[in-house]
Design a protein around this ligand. Structure first.
Ligand SMILES: [Zn+2]
Ligand SMILES: [Zn+2]
Length: 263
């Protein structure tokens, strides 16, 4: 693996180590392109939302300064990019775009951990009903259709019954939307490491059927994940088993283009 665009920092309160440590270990692991995509702050949400899930709005400036200075410091050794992992909340998303505008964020990845427009809304992890799964899929597709996200992280996040017909049907809708928009879908290796319900076989079967392009996302919450060859080998095995096509590049100019045309 030469590139990873899914990396967190300790600002989100559930990842560890210094920003620099992520860079050093990535270099040690042979990674040539490293994108930071910590959980974005969301303007309009209050205190308790920030305690475990994400950086606070007042931390964004420090995040940007730190990643940009590492970018300079390590120039020639590793290519570093500045991104954020964000949910798409339809009513709040314009405010997010406005808030992050001055910071020169290069890319967004979509991590739809919650639904609706509510910080206390349904957690996508705990989706059990078919109607909720459809809602998750609709919300993800609407997000991708903004043209501002570079890919959908852990598409198979909902902990919905994998044997239910609706699961593959909705995953197919996500893959087809990604194909139509020219975006890869993520194979999330944190899920493999933690033995979570994703990435799952049923999702990868759909990815193969749809011939979608896959990007491996380490979803690093600790730098050691970069040197975890056992997990990387398991991911490779899945890629080979399902004959998946992979990419190691994503669009990095979507926000820039958007801001250039929306003043
Ligand atoms: Zn996280
Ligand atoms: Zn993540």
């Amino acid at each position: 693996m030469k590139a990873n665009f899914h990396t967190h920092t300790e600002r989100c309160n559930h990842a560890g180590c210094s920003d620099q440590r992520y860079v050093d270990v990535a270099i040690e692991a042979g990674i040539e392109v490293l994108g930071f995509s910590d959980h974005t702050p969301y303007v309009g949400f209050d205190g308790d939302y920030y305690s475990f899930y994400r950086m606070r709005p007042d931390q964004l400036s420090d995040y940007v300064t730190s990643i940009n200075s590492l970018k300079e410091q390590y120039s020639g050794k590793i290519e570093i990019h500045l991104g954020l992992e964000a949910e798409y909340y339809p009513k709040l998303f314009p405010g997010l775009l406005e808030f992050i505008k001055p910071y020169g964020i290069e890319y967004l990845i979509l991590g739809q951990h919650f639904l609706d427009d509510d910080q206390h809304g349904l957690s996508a992890h705990w989706i059990k009903e078919e109607s909720q799964l459809v809602k998750y899929t609709d919300q993800c597709i609407e997000a991708l259709e903004t043209g501002l996200f570079s890919y959908l992280a852990h598409p198979d996040l909902p902990n919905f019954d994998r044997s239910h017909l609706a699961f593959k049907r909705e995953m197919r809708r996500l893959c087809e939307a990604s194909n139509r928009l020219g975006l890869p879908v993520e194979l999330n290796t944190l899920g493999i490491l933690r033995e979570r319900h994703y990435p799952c076989i049923e999702f990868l079967e759909v990815v193969a059927e749809c011939d979608s392009t896959v990007i491996i996302g380490v979803d690093a919450h600790l730098p050691d994940q970069f040197t975890d060859t056992e997990t990387a080998e398991k991911a490779d095995e899945l890629i080979r088993r399902f004959g998946l096509r992979t990419t190691e590049t994503i669009a990095l100019d979507r926000l820039e283009k958007y801001y250039a045309t929306h003043t």
